[in-house]
Design a protein around this ligand. Structure first.
Ligand SMILES: *[C@@H]1O[C@H](CO)[C@@H](O)[C@H](O)[C@H]1NC(C)=O
Ligand SMILES: *[C@@H]1O[C@H](CO)[C@@H](O)[C@H](O)[C@H]1NC(C)=O
Ligand SMILES: *[C@@H]1O[C@H](CO)[C@@H](O)[C@H](O)[C@H]1NC(C)=O
Ligand SMILES: *[C@@H]1O[C@H](CO)[C@@H](O)[C@H](O)[C@H]1NC(C)=O
Ligand SMILES: *[C@@H]1O[C@H](CO)[C@@H](O)[C@H](O)[C@H]1NC(C)=O
Ligand SMILES: *[C@@H]1O[C@H](CO)[C@@H](O)[C@H](O)[C@H]1NC(C)=O
Ligand SMILES: *[C@@H]1O[C@H](CO)[C@@H](O)[C@H](O)[C@H]1NC(C)=O
Ligand SMILES: CC(=O)N[C@H]1CO[C@H](CO)[C@@H](O)[C@@H]1O
Length: 590
């Protein structure tokens, strides 16, 4: 009999270093090897992301969204400061100094913040989530505000006009100073930054623009400007890019990036900021947890993690539910208030603005291209840290319990033997669900596991749920977004992926199996037989859906999608599953 289940190879000896507490630089070799595997399947995968969004229902807590939670965030998140310049200051006041000295220090983000604090005119000194009463609910931004709008600005009733003479002078001085700074060889070498916005549209996945010097954002115009220093002949170039990691996804609206030419007036700054800003879209295929991570959170990690929180997010097409759901991650990546870009009527001035998100592959990171050579292992450990889960040195729960038992009572072998590894069994809601879920749970238990069955729509917060996943040694479920919870597993825990009928092995590996290995989880795939698919009962053994999946796929991805992703449920043969469960058990004990 053919054994249809496949097992990952153990991490290779060269890379199976002990857990790295600092989480930096580990596991690159594994990741690179697997990268090649990934690249092989990218072409195949291209077609059905959209469908995934529409149809992949979600299991486990990474899938559920709560409307009431959404409503709460809407108010508290898009908070910004308007111009906080000290109006008593002369044009040569510290304000000017701050702004002008930024370019030469722009690569050292920490410095910028320090300076901002000293000068008391850089926004967002409070970590997000602390007392927000001095923040302004934006949407107005401009200093030219109605009384009603001003009413929102707590503790600030006298808004000066923008266009006064001192502002103009200040603008000019800043421009001159920036210009001077840039002519210093040392400075420009250190900065290594372009003198005008460079939009890079060469990557197949994403477009990105990066402006250093004088960058001004006009959120409600979806525009970011580069203001060249006096003396530099502005080219007056313009780009239109989608500011997320999928450059061809039509749902993502464009942002215009423009470099002003000499004869164009720069709009006045309504607020100045000492840290870099990143403009990115939160819409697109988000709401499916796999896409939340693959399209936004991992690209955001790649693009901004190295700033260590000293960066502000300007979010176009902001999704309040996303903010609420991933609050901990977003707050850690940026310690500043998130700005609702589309509603932002101000002109925000930054020393450095990035428009767009870098992305290397689906749910993946290419360490060779990532700052600090981050790996997916780094990412998982980072997520665990953000959710306050035990550090990397802590073993899987089963091993920890075994060690503890051995340490406490050397004679009492009983306790050790009776401890069972814990398996989280995730069911799906609408598609690819286990129709014999109780039977599977019983089989898992009979095999020697403590089983934790999770049905969709359990009402737990991600924080709580992350702790539950962390307490498990195995995460088992059918191919689908519920497996995205694997970020909360400990190193060497097992992901047991049930691969549905219909040549689904490739996507299963690309979306989950490969990433799991890169994150130093152990992945096991159990590929079902035709008889274990409800398609078998529905169409009969002679229908090409059962007898010849390849012929179905040949007719276009839509058909494969329809049958194998959407119409199919799973009725596991627990007898056939048993050896795979034993294999997992041995892995955990080994
Ligand atoms: C201020 O706003 C009013 C009405 O919104 C507009 O007519 C006026 O031109 C604005 N002034 C400036 C300086 O932007
Ligand atoms: C800038 O560097 C060039 C050569 O790299 C040198 O000739 C020039 O003198 C330098 N200028 C200044 C102001 O240091
Ligand atoms: C949006 O930007 C893309 C390039 O990223 C471009 O192909 C497309 O034409 C733009 N759409 C509009 C409406 O400008
Ligand atoms: C600057 O740009 C404006 C608007 O695109 C254009 O009308 C003007 O001719 C440009 N001036 C120069 C000197 O390139
Ligand atoms: C992000 O989390 C790490 C680890 O918990 C912590 O050291 C760091 O200070 C956090 N950064 C921010 C900006 O909260
Ligand atoms: C990352 O790795 C590549 C080679 O894979 C190396 O060339 C590069 O310098 C590394 N970058 C950092 C920041 O360590
Ligand atoms: C279940 O699997 C076992 C072992 O592979 C096999 O002998 C048996 O026929 C299967 N049962 C069904 C109903 O297909
Ligand atoms: C190159 C440059 O101008 N570096 C400056 C960066 O900022 C510090 C103070 O924070 C100055 O001491 C450096 O001279």
């Amino acid at each position: 009999m053919v054994n249809h289940s496949r097992t990952s190879s153990e991490p290779s000896p060269t890379t199976s270093m002990p857990a790295v507490p600092a989480a930096k630089g580990g596991g690159g070799g594994v990741a690179r090897t697997l990268a090649q595997h990934h690249q092989a399947v990218v072409g195949f995968l291209f077609g059905f992301f959209l469908i995934l969004l529409l149809y992949t229902t979600v299991s486990g807590q990474l899938g559920s969204e709560d409307a009431t939670v959404r409503a709460v965030t809407t108010q508290s998140t898009p908070a910004v400061h308007t111009d906080q310049r000290d109006r008593t200051a002369s044009p040569t006041s510290p304000t000017t100094t701050t702004a002008t000295s930024i370019p030469s220090n722009a690569t050292t983000q920490g410095n910028n913040l320090e300076r901002g604090n000293e000068q008391n005119n850089v926004e967002g000194k409070k970590p997000a989530g602390e007392d927000r009463k001095d923040n302004i609910v934006d949407g107005t931004g401009k200093n030219n505000q109605t009384g009603e709008e001003l009413g929102k600005i707590i503790g600030r009733s006298d808004q000066p006009a923008v266009n006064d003479a001192s502002d103009k002078m200040e603008e000019e001085l800043i421009r001159q100073d920036i210009d001077k700074g840039s002519t210093k060889n040392e400075t420009s070498a250190k900065l290594g930054a372009p003198r005008k916005p460079i939009c890079d549209q060469t990557d197949p996945r994403y477009d990105i623009c990066e402006i250093s010097g004088d960058a001004r954002t006009m959120g409600n115009k979806r525009t970011v400007l580069y203001v060249p220093p006096v003396g530099e002949v502005g080219a007056g170039e313009e780009w239109n890019i989608r500011d997320q990691s999928r450059k061809y996804l039509e749902y993502i609206n464009n942002v215009t990036v423009r470099s002003l030419n000499v004869s164009q007036m720069a709009p006045e700054c309504t607020s100045r900021h000492g840290v870099p800003a990143v403009v990115f879209a939160m819409n697109g295929l988000t709401s499916n947890p796999w896409h939340d991570f693959s399209d936004v959170l991992i690209p955001l990690f790649i693009t901004t993690r190295a700033f260590e929180g000293e960066v502000q997010f300007l979010v176009s097409d902001l999704q309040p539910w996303f903010l609420e759901k991933y609050r901990l991650i977003l707050r850690n990546l940026s310690r500043y208030d998130i700005v609702d870009f589309n509603q932002d009527g101000g002109v925000r001035c930054y020393p450095h603005v990035i428009v767009g998100l870098r992305s290397h592959r689906d749910l993946g990171i290419d360490p060779a291209r990532a700052p600090r050579n981050y790996t997916m292992l780094d990412f998982r450990l980072y997520i665990r840290e953000v959710y306050s889960l035990p550090p990397p040195a802590v073993d899987i729960p089963f091993k920890e319990a075994t060690k503890a038992a051995a340490a406490s009572g050397a004679g009492g072998g009983m306790a050790t033997d009776q401890r069972r590894p814990r398996l989280m069994l995730i069911n799906r809601g609408r598609t690819r669900k286990f129709v014999n879920f109780p039977e599977i749970a019983a089989a898992v238990q009979a095999a020697g596991f403590e089983v934790l069955p999770i049905e969709p729509h359990r009402d737990l917060s991600i924080q709580e749920f992350s702790r539950t996943v962390d307490s498990c040694d195995v995460l088992m479920g059918a191919h689908g977004a519920g497996l995205t919870n694997f970020f909360f597993l400990r190193t060497n825990a097992v992901m047991l992926q049930v691969v549905p009928w219909g040549h689904m092995e490739h996507p299963s590996m690309a979306f989950y199996g490969g990433p799991a290995r890169e994150m130093r989880l152990r992945d096991v795939e159990y590929s079902i037989t035709a008889e274990e698919s409800t398609l078998y009962d529905k169409y009969g053994k002679d229908h090409p859906v059962i007898s010849d999946p390849a012929s179905i796929h040949k007719q276009g991805w839509q058909l494969g999608m329809r049958y194998y992703w959407l119409e199919q449920d799973i009725k596991l043969n627990v007898t056939r599953l048993a050896p795979t469960l034993q294999q997992v058990l041995q892995m955990l004990k080994g």
